[in-house]
Design a protein around this ligand. Structure first.
Ligand code: HEC
Ligand code: HEC
Ligand code: HEC
Ligand code: HEC
Ligand code: HEC
Length: 424
């Protein structure tokens, strides 16, 4: 049974996915533009965030347009639920579209008025998300003693300070399989047990005004929602966002490189690289783990000769695994912490899947990769391991007719370790 909540009413037994739910109207929602005058920091940070990018993302658009064709329209407005609740709830979620066709309010994606009118219960259901969006004059938030203003009422709602506020969209179950489940991963982790909430890591606090003219508070929250993704198009604060992703990723995991100090010529030398997810509040990577690429690049060299390498890219920029068009499966030792979705044993998409393989690293767990090399002659051999991350592989962009964005794809270095082996 699927239950959808909105505006306080309750409807039972709705068959997902739903199309053209006109229960709410566009003019029930306010644009982020109408908040900028009094909340300039919040607006500025949000405008460069992935929550704003959610409906400005050509990869998202191309994915929907191609899935709509391959499922003969069965997809309907499924993908809109989280990327544009306003589009979904007001019936402004076209089956196929160009971004420029969308209503301006729909193009704001996960905008201020979506989150600040979203009330409990925050639950996870199969296929159709259960959220309770009550737009209107009252803005709900974390401040119990908000100073009155001329434009809106303010109301304290305790879930804003807790992870459950994020749950409806960050816990995706498809065909009864929990798949993009950052919330569940967090809840089952020590972070969840310690009540270190999503907001603690993704909405850090600063001292300042929550609104122009309001009191100075010591717990105003950043709204740039830094994660791992970056805009591929021209987008506000693009450089700042990329730099912030880079520094978040550098604080995500520890790396240990363990090798013998000495070896003899022609020995088969074994060494290990351990990745420890000690600082990410959920799996690493999380959510769309099947698209993310986090991998180990490993090199053994003496400066002039390289006797071993893994985790390098082909001339298309792809890892040499099954997705390489030029050198498929050549990198047999490749350590990639991703995964894939399947239907009847064939790789598929999140809408049609019936099973999955997930090689991401849960919070406070490690993965160990083992490597072996042979040294042809004596001397000092340097071992280097880098933990690298990029939101997508170029192969995915090519498959979605989005090759023009490949040059925009960054590779972030999360961690690097080196050691050396003396060979006699
Ligand atoms: C993805 C959901 C989300 C979006 C989008 C969002 N907010 Fe928030 N906002 C929150 C949460 C959650 C908190 C409370 C964080 C806490 O207390 O731990 C918050 C707090 C606030 C506060 C109280 C002061 C503070 O910083 O704690 C104001 C004001 C605010 N947001 C305004 C805005 C405005 C204006 C926008 C759009 C430009 C916006 N928010 C977009 C989730 C969101
Ligand atoms: C239950 C909510 C939900 C639904 C339904 C959903 N998504 Fe998402 N999607 C998310 C969240 C949350 C993220 C961010 C996760 C992350 O960054 O790892 C995301 C990320 C993505 C990304 C990567 C971000 C980017 O910049 O490109 C793509 C592409 C995407 N979704 C496409 C889709 C498509 C296509 C559908 C429908 C088949 C869909 N989503 C349905 C919540 C959802
Ligand atoms: C005329 C100025 C003004 C405008 C315009 C305005 N706000 Fe506010 N807002 C305030 C003031 C003042 C506060 C109280 C700040 C405080 O007490 O620290 C506030 C508080 C809030 C809070 C915190 C509520 C709580 O109790 O936690 C939220 C959320 C919020 N505003 C969202 C919005 C959103 C979303 C918009 C645009 C749709 C918006 N505001 C437009 C002035 C404004
Ligand atoms: C202890 C700090 C911490 C907590 C708590 C935390 N996160 Fe994260 N989050 C991170 C770090 C670090 C990254 C970057 C590494 C990664 O990819 O997971 C991240 C990445 C993400 C991503 C992008 C994931 C990807 O790999 O594509 C999403 C989405 C996200 N967090 C959402 C959430 C949500 C929702 C919650 C609460 C349920 C949460 N986070 C709790 C630290 C945290
Ligand atoms: C209405 C649905 C919705 C809600 C509620 C929501 N998110 Fe998101 N979030 C998304 C979508 C969709 C994306 C991916 C957008 C994209 O990349 O195109 C996203 C992206 C993110 C990212 C960036 C991930 C990346 O890979 O860079 C972070 C971090 C994040 N959300 C944290 C939060 C936190 C923390 C909360 C709760 C305070 C929250 N979200 C509430 C829908 C939502």
């Amino acid at each position: 049974m699927i239950v959808i909540y909105w505006s306080g009413c309750r409807e039972d037994e709705v068959t997902p996915p739903q199309t053209n739910q006109t229960k709410l109207n566009l003019n029930d929602f306010a644009s982020a533009q109408s908040c900028v005058f009094c909340h300039p920091n919040h607006y500025n940070e949000w405008s460069g965030s992935m929550h704003h990018y959610a409906t400005n993302d050509p990869i998202w658009m191309n994915s929907i347009n191609s899935l709509q064709a391959s499922t003969n329209g069965k997809l309907k407005d499924w993908c809109w639920q989280c990327h544009s609740p306003i589009g979904f709830l007001t019936g402004n979620a076209p089956s196929t579209f160009q971004l420029s066709d969308l209503q301006p309010l729909v193009r704001e994606g996960v905008t201020c008025d979506v989150c600040h009118s979203m009330l409990p219960p925050h639950t996870t259901t199969n296929q159709t998300i259960a959220y309770n969006v009550k737009p209107g004059r009252t803005k709900y938030g974390p401040i119990a003693d908000a100073q009155p203003n001329m434009v809106h009422e303010s109301k304290y709602e305790s879930s804003f300070t807790r992870s459950e506020q994020c749950r409806a969209c960050h816990d995706l179950i498809s065909n009864n399989i929990p798949v993009e489940i950052t919330f569940t991963e967090w809840q089952n982790s020590t972070w969840g047990a310690m009540s270190v909430e999503c907001q603690n890591c993704h909405m850090p606090t600063y001292t300042g005004q929550a609104a122009v003219g309001g009191p100075v508070r010591d717990n105003v929250h950043r709204h740039d929602f830094i994660g791992v993704d970056v805009a591929m198009t021209d987008f506000p604060n693009k450089t700042e966002q990329r730099n912030a992703v880079d520094s978040l990723l550098k604080k995500s995991a520890s790396l240990f490189l363990d090798a013998p100090m000495n070896a003899s010529v022609n020995d088969s030398v074994q060494f290990t690289v351990r990745v420890y997810n000690d600082r990410t509040g959920h799996n690493l990577p999380s959510s769309v783990f099947f698209n993310r690429q986090m991998w180990l690049e490993v090199t053994v060299s003496n400066g002039s000769d390289t006797v071993y390498r893994s985790g390098y890219l082909d001339t298309n920029g792809d890892l040499m695994d099954k997705n390489s068009a030029l050198r498929p499966n050549e990198d047999i030792d490749l350590t990639l912490f991703g995964g894939a979705l399947y239907k009847n044993g064939h790789e598929t998409n999140v809408f049609e899947m019936d099973s999955l393989v997930n090689n991401s690293i849960p919070a406070f767990q490690s993965r160990i990769a083992r490597y072996r090399f042979k040294v042809p002659h004596a001397g000092t051999w340097n071992l280097k391991a880098r933990l690298l991350f990029r939101p997508f592989g170029p192969y995915l962009f090519r498959s979605l007719n989005a090759e023009q964005y490949i040059s925009q794809l960054p590779v972030f270095e999360m961690n690097v370790q080196t050691t050396s082996v003396e060979v006699r």
